[in-house]
Write a protein that binds this ligand. Structure first.
Ligand code: ZN
Length: 259
């Protein structure tokens, strides 16, 4: 697999983006004043919608750069497993071993702190870890300000470095949401946001076979596959197994971008 330097999308000018957003609102005020409220309101709604879209749509890249697939025509994919470590981690590691597959585990700091041995096991068995925030504040992450984001992202970065001896280079947004301030801690800690190109919506009402079909239906060369662990429905290992069987049947390899 390509060296990660070619894949990294660390935000280069997060403050410039924030400045441009501020300027856009100055422009709204000027249009409102010079051309009337109808034009001003229309421009205000358009600029706000653009920010809301980039915040809520996980693959939107204009606010904070994101890697959504790997630039390769080879039959290889990047498996990413979010929300651990969990009670599923060891079973999922066994499944990956059985299929000689590798994955990046995007881990939550507080869960890693509670089960540091699982972080050790992930790394010892040849996988990688990424940063998935300190507390996984799924309801609030989209509206956190710069300080809270530094605690969530930078705090987790430090914790994972202490636990594993290495600083992650990949970051996965909590429930995929990314507001304009997320670029600040990513730039500070040299992190690249990783989105995905194949997912199964394995949320609350999870039907494993449907989830597997949704994921495998989106698999193509260079796909980044979003999986989870530790969900209450308990089907995450079964879903991983289905995906691994599909990859083997279709002649896909898994790859692990290295820093
Ligand atoms: Zn998550």
């Amino acid at each position: 697999m390509k060296n990660a330097d070619g894949l990294r999308r660390v935000p280069r000018h997060p403050r410039l983006i924030l400045g441009l957003l501020l300027l856009s609102q100055v422009a709204v005020a000027m249009v409102w004043w010079r051309h009337g409220w109808q034009w001003g309101l229309a421009l205000m709604v358009a600029t706000h919608l653009a920010v809301v879209w980039a915040t809520l749509y996980p693959r939107a890249s204009w606010l904070v750069p994101a890697l959504s697939r790997l630039p390769t025509a080879a039959r290889e994919v990047w498996l990413t497993i979010d929300d651990g470590p969990s009670a599923d981690t060891l079973a999922m590691l066994d499944l990956l071993d059985r299929h000689q597959a590798r994955a990046t585990f995007f881990v939550v700091g507080e869960r890693a702190l509670a089960q540091p041995r699982l972080i050790e096991a992930i790394l010892q068995r040849g996988h990688d870890i990424g940063n998935h925030s300190r507390h996984h504040r799924d309801k609030l992450f989209w509206c956190l300000g710069p300080r809270a984001l530094e605690r969530e992202i930078g705090g987790n970065q430090q914790l994972l470095q202490q636990l594993s001896g290495r600083a992650p280079v990949w970051f996965r947004s909590v429930v995929g949401m990314t507001n304009p301030f997320v670029g600040l801690p990513l730039a500070r800690h040299g992190l690249t946001r990783v989105a995905w190109s194949a997912r199964g919506f394995d949320g609350v009402d999870c039907q494993p076979q449907q989830v597997i079909e949704r994921i495998t239906g989106a698999i193509a060369p260079g796909a980044i596959v979003l999986l989870h662990e530790g969900a209450r429905h308990g089907h995450n290992p079964q879903i991983l197994q289905g995906v691994l069987q599909y990859l083997q049947r279709e002649g896909y390899r898994t790859c692990l971008p290295k820093a």
